[in-house]
Design a protein around this ligand. Structure first.
Ligand code: WQD
Length: 340
């Protein structure tokens, strides 16, 4: 299939581009580089061994989005593009609602106009909110989120489900990610957050490479085995494979729209991840236990049964794989991708 990947220069998008090419699909990327760098394209083309067309514009521009569909043959869309920083979304709600929703509206309208009926959407475990029983299962009906970022995911899942219900032939997979970490085995692409990393793994990696002094563990008094919070960390190449599996499953999907958890089904604590990273680096890393971060939950992880049985997808990489691959990327690219 010829697949339009929105946000394909980003962390998960770029890994999915490689997985799509490896699976024999053609890829077109659209990205406004608001949270990624143009140099990603060259890295991807070198790894893929072929040209990968990039279109650089903001998907909230409905006219430009429609022109892309008018000029390019597109069989399916994988929609990653969107702002994704939880804390930033609390400070800039209108920017988050406008960007994440308007870009989705523009894509869906163009898909409807040009007869594109296959869509895979990048959703998040954050839609389960704070009261869902752990492990999270997709049939949990009280979706919510405490941040505007998470609310955009709840809303977009609903928008796309409603459109799919009344649109002939539409099939939409809503992929709820847990905690994506790691990097392509080459070390040539990886997570490259702008500014101070919000997420744990890139922060640890930047401590290891000398860009940050020490890790602050947000809370040591949680009701967990070692007192630090637990999450379901998933290797980004496993996550990318989940997108290809979902895309190739759409024709066989009975429902117009269906959610799938992409996680390992296992929780790992902050300190456990730190120790795994120290094994990858071969030395201890400096850290201190600090106060809890507002909004954090003690522990959650996926029930991945639906993705396992319906998509035939399973997470394959271990926590040590995730840390070794992250360290290879970070040590080979101490300042991230070149350029701005
Ligand atoms: C993991 C654990 C922190 C940084 C977020 C978003 C979610 C998704 C994934 C987009 C927590 C602790 C972190 C640090 C720490 N993003 N931590 N010190 O919060 O589970 O999920 O990223 O889809 O929507 O909410 O991931 O990596 O930020 O934190 O102790 O410097 O590491 O408290 O327990 P999180 P995270």
């Amino acid at each position: 299939m010829r697949v339009l990947v929105s946000g394909g220069a980003g962390y998960i998008g770029s890994h999915t581009v490689l997985a799509l090419v490896a699976a024999g699909h053609d890829v077109i990327v659209v990205d406004d580089f608001s949270n990624s760098k143009p140099s990603v394209q060259g890295r991807l083309e070198a790894l893929a061994g072929r040209e990968i067309p990039f279109h650089a514009f903001d998907l909230t521009d409905a006219d430009k989005t429609e022109r892309l569909f008018a000029h390019e043959h597109i069989d399916a869309v994988i929609h990653f593009a969107g702002f994704k920083a939880v804390g930033e979304s609390v400070a800039r709600p209108l920017d988050y609602y406008r960007n994440n929703l308007d870009s989705t509206f523009a894509l869906a309208a163009s898909m409807a106009k040009y007869g594109v009926t296959k869509l895979v959407f990048s959703s998040s475990a954050t839609v389960y909110g704070e009261k869902a029983p752990v492990p999270y299962t997709e049939d949990y009906e009280y979706l919510s989120s405490s941040s505007p970022y998470g609310q955009t995911k709840v809303m977009i899942e609903r928008v796309l489900s409603d459109i799919a219900q009344i649109s002939e032939g539409w099939k939409v997979a809503l992929l709820r990610y847990f905690n994506p970490v790691g990097a392509h085995a080459s070390g040539d692409i990886g997570e490259d957050p702008q500014g101070i990393p919000n997420n744990l793994m890139p922060f640890i990696a930047q401590v290891a490479v000398g860009r940050r002094d020490k890790l602050t563990v947000f809370g040591g008094d949680y009701p967990t085995a070692d007192g630090t919070a637990e999450r379901d960390y998933l290797h980004v190449t496993d996550l990318a494979a989940g997108h290809v599996a979902a895309l190739e499953h759409l024709d066989d999907m009975a429902e117009p729209a269906r959610a799938f958890n992409l996680g390992t089904g296992t929780g790992t604590s902050v300190l456990q991840l730190l120790k795994a990273f120290e094994r990858a680096v071969g030395r201890e890393l400096p850290y201190e236990i600090g106060p809890r971060r507002a909004g954090d939950l003690p522990a959650f992880w996926a029930d991945p049964t639906r993705a396992n049985t319906e998509l035939g997808w399973h997470a394959t990489k271990t926590i040590d794989d995730m840390c070794a691959d992250t360290w290879r990327w970070q040590s080979q690219n101490p300042e991230g991708f070149p350029g701005s």
